[in-house]
Design a protein around this ligand. Sequence first.
Ligand SMILES: *Cc1c(COP(=O)(O)O)cnc(C)c1O
Length: 434
Amino acid sequence: MKIFDEIESEVQSYARSFPRVFHKAQGEYLYDEDGNRYIDFLAGAGTLNYGHNHPKFKEKLLAYIQDDGITHGLDLHTRAKGEFLEAFNEKILKPRELEYVVQFPGPTGTNAVEAAIKVARNVKGRENIVAFTNGFHGVTLGSLAVTGNEHHRGAAGVSLSGTFRMPYDGYLGEGFDTTAYFDKVLSDSSSGIDLPAAVIVETVQGEGGINTASFEWLRNLEEVCRRHDVLLIVDDIQAGCGRTGTYFSFEEAGIKPDIVTLSKSLSGYGLPMSVVLIKPDLDTWRPGEHNGTFRGNSLAFVTAKAAIDEFWSDDSFSKEVKRKGAVIHERLQKIVNEYGEGNFTERGRGMFHGLNCVSGDLAGQITRAAFKKGLIIETSGADDQVVKTLCPLIISDENLQKGLDIVEESVAEVLGKIDDVPSEHDFFADREAS
Ligand SMILES: *Cc1c(COP(=O)(O)O)cnc(C)c1O
């Protein structure tokens, strides 16, 4: 469509990878204007864990709107907010023995990160925040300062300060526990590294290339933080809400972060919403000190509560995610073995997996080939070298297999292992020929 070339900013990104005009979506399917159907392995970069337009959430949302439920209420107490908080407390926090107060910042992920690092700095009266290599936390200035990516950082236009970088788990090779280095520099008064207020970490780095921290590393990190009186912030914006197989990605590591950020799939419906979870004794905010017009998106409260009730009332969904995650792991491992020639690797946890193709060029060719076969899938990592499987967690077994078949066929095609791809999924072929 011409209008996009005419007046939409050059800043577009995903639109360049999938140059179609999309129109409808349901579950794990996206449809374009020409009626082509795609399997969605991008899922709003982790925003659509429960798929597109979940019918039960939609029903609740439509009823709320029909009833003239509050759509915008600043931070007023509303029934929708109260019901979300009750569900979140009863079904998410209490069963996990987590005690947090809930802050509603602006509705995007980076809003939550900004609030988290601000409160951490104020609590500790220190400026420095430790972030990790390849971490991604958003693109507003505070979040950008803790983000690693050069492309994003380069656009800041001002110096990004008040942070320093530590090597993430595995960054210096296997067998090197990078938390030992962190402990060392904090213990050495001449290391030149000022005591930080907090550490901000992703348990699995989504944008950074599905780098996956081990539970042991996370426990060691928590221990170093405790030893040196440094707060631990887990940015669970992409890894949380079930993506790794548990509601919070850090649960199985047994750690209890001081502050947690959630967004992306929190509303369950693709509606913008984010929260900062803060240990009660760290909630030193003064009234209105941090604000925002869109604190708390009422429509998102309705669907977020529906998502918790539907999927998190017991552990059956968690088991499903782990079961499907094992399928993804197995299929990707098979691709690594059959086509990787000793270069490819597979990594991730739960349904948060990536195929590391080492070369960004190769990974891009693979995702483009997949798109031609009706699969929407993206890359991540410093060089976009990792093909990221991020399908909705609710995907059917059949479509999960189909999507993974397409990934495998695309890898085979790009590496020239097969000349002609099975035409079963090649649904663009006819249209482009005509
Ligand atoms: C997406 C993401 C963010 C930023 O969220 P936005 O809504 O894009 O501002 C922050 N942290 C992580 C881990 C993310 O994946």
